[in-house]
Design a protein. Structure first.
Length: 81
């Protein structure tokens, strides 16, 4: 069981780091939006491209986090048996 606890804890640590990384990426997105608003304009094509790329990264990371949650639930279920 301790091996499964170790796996579970490792997954939780990764999950938390990914969550923090999403926060950093969201701050970058906000910064891109704020820059355009400061200059009272829409985002430039380059800014929009960067914003969209960050959005894709966030979506991919969230998908990884969903998989981690699923793995953790499998561990919990296995240990409960």
């Amino acid at each position: 069981m301790s091996k499964f606890n170790s796996f579970y804890n490792s997954l939780q640590s990764i999950y938390e780091k990914l969550d923090d990384f999403i926060g950093d990426l969201e701050e970058k997105q906000s910064s891109i939006e704020d820059k355009a608003l400061e200059h009272d304009r829409d985002m430039t094509d380059k800014e929009q491209e960067r914003y969209d790329l960050i959005d894709e990264q966030i979506s991919s990371i969230r998908e990884c986090m969903d998989n981690i949650e699923y793995a953790q639930s499998c561990i919990e279920e296995y240990c409960a048996e």
